[in-house]
Structure formats: structure tokens, C-alpha cells
Design a protein around this ligand. Structure first.
Ligand code: ATP
Length: 235
């Protein structure tokens, strides 16, 4: 049997007295479109950061495509594309430079043809030589997605990619992420929005105060709880 795309086992992370992750167990299968829902402070970003090897957990194990994120960091990181929540860029880089820098970060040979393909797929070709500081928030959001694809990872984690974006861009991003999934990528999406998870995800985990409080297929969750009850849990 193939390894899960993501395996999280018995993960704990404290910040002082605060339990940001309080015994999280989760497996995401290859090819899934998985939703990680939770209110502010539930631990979603901490979990993603731990998966990317950027946050050391106190206890437990995390693996991406069978590679442990600590013991086998380089391989685990190569398998994972992360679209972070924050729009942080060097404002003096152009869009193309930002993507080339990402190739360098992963130690892969620069491939401008591939970069051009990614830019075209996200409708960013006309902005390839624009400085990051000249872009709108929505365009920056798309550059973050582009950056996550440069090293061709099979698993892509998006941390609230549609937070604060307008309806048109949200629809465009949904379509794009769906296509990535249809093309064979495993997708993990964190969101506050039940509708977003309902529209896109096959399976959902609900995180609250660092714990998984519900885990099921989207259909089953909606059968078990009304939308109202789920919304209350997300508040
Ligand atoms: P949001 O939806 O608001 O982004 P989240 O579910 O991503 O929230 P996290 O950002 O993972 O939640 O935060 C989980 C908890 O850990 C919060 O209480 C947060 O304040 C705390 N926390 C996160 N990072 C740190 C840090 N570096 N130092 C101290 N506390 C932190």
C-alpha cells in the first residue's frame, strides 16, 4: 500500500502554558482534497508550519509522502508545496525573480520554461517582470501559489488562500486548486469558511484548541451536523 500523503501522529506543541497542538493524529491519503477547518487560534498554521519543518513540535511525528519531516527533512520538504497565509515578499524582486529564488531555495536547476508555464496557468504572464511591490493583494496571493509549485511537489498545503480576496478571485483560485487536485496533487486547505470546505473538500478535519474535534467525509459531516451546528463549532 502506498504511504499516506501526510501522516501526523501524536503531535503536541506548547507555547509556554498554551497548548497550540494537543495530541493531533491525522492521515491524508494521496489524491485527497482535505479540509482543515477551525476558528482563530485553533492551531492550523502551527500544524502547517510543523509539516514544513519550520516549527519543532514537542512530541509526535509528522511525515510527508513517507518522509519524516525531522529525520528526512530535505525529502519531506521537496514533496510539499506550502502557500502561506501572510503575503510576505521582497518588494524589490520581480515576480519571475521571486519564482527563481524559490528554485534556488530547493536546490533545483532553474527552469524558465516551467516558470513561464506556472505564470501562464495563474494568469500572471503579463506581470512576470513587475516588482512585487507593484502588485495588488490578489496578484500577490497568486504569486504565493505559483511559488509553491516551482519544485513540482505532489502535496500542496494552502493556509487560508482566499482570506480577504474578492469573490471573483476566490472563484478563480477555487478552480485552479481543483484542477491541481484533478491533475493528481493531494491538497490540504485550511479555512474558516464552511462553504469553502463544503464546495471543495472530500474530507474534513475540524480543529479546535489544538485538538481534532471532528473528522469525516464532507457528506457525512453535513449529515451528522446541520450547517448551523458546524458554524457554531467554528465560532
Ligand atoms: P488563524 O485561523 O487565526 O490563523 P490558526 O488556527 O492558524 O489561527 P495558530 O496560528 O496555529 O492558529 O495559533 C494557535 C495558537 O498558538 C494561538 O493561540 C496562537 O496565539 C498561538 N501561537 C502561534 N504561534 C505562536 C508563537 N510563535 N508564540 C506564541 N504563541 C503562538
Amino acid at each position: 500500500m502506498s504511504s499516506p500523503a501526510i501522516r501526523i501522529a501524536g503531535v503536541h506543541k506548547r507555547y509556554g502554558a498554551l497548548k497550540a497542538l494537543d495530541g493531533v493524529d491525522l492521515e491524508v491519503r494521496q489524491g485527497e482534497f482535505f479540509g482543515l477547518l477551525g476558528p482563530n487560534g485553533a492551531g492550523k498554521t502551527t500544524l502547517i508550519s510543523a509539516l514544513a519543518g519550520l516549527t519543532r513540535v514537542d512530541e509526535g511525528e509528522l511525515a510527508v509522502m513517507g518522509h519524516d519531516v525531522v529525520a528526512d527533512y530535505r525529502q519531506a520538504r521537496r514533496k510539499l508545496g506550502v502557500v502561506p497565509q501572510e503575503l510576505v515578499f521582497d518588494p524589490f524582486f520581480t515576480v519571475r525573480e521571486a519564482l527563481r529564488l524559490q528554485s534556488g531555495y530547493f536546490g533545483i536547476r532553474r527552469n524558465d520554461t516551467w516558470i513561464d508555464e506556472i505564470l501562464a496557468s495563474l494568469d500572471l504572464t503579463h506581470k512576470a517582470n513587475a516588482n512585487m511591490r507593484m502588485l495588488s493583494g490578489g496578484m500577490k496571493r497568486r504569486v504565493l501559489v505559483a511559488q509553491a509549485l516551482v519544485h513540482r511537489p505532489p502535496v500542496i498545503v494552502l493556509d487560508e488562500p482566499t482570506a480577504g480576496v474578492d469573490v471573483e478571485l476566490r472563484q478563480g483560485l477555487w478552480q485552479f486548486i481543483r484542477r491541481l487536485n484533478t491533475d493528481g496533487h493531494t491538497i490540504v486547505l485550511t479555512t474558516h469558511y464552511l462553504e469553502e470546505a463544503q464546495t471543495l473538500c472530500n474530507r474534513i478535519a475540524m480543529l479546535k484548541a489544538g485538538r481534532v474535534v471532528a473528522l469525516d467525509t464532507t457528506d457525512n459531516l453535513l449529515k451528522r451536523f446541520s450547517s448551523h451546528a458546524l458554524r457554531v463549532r467554528l465560532a
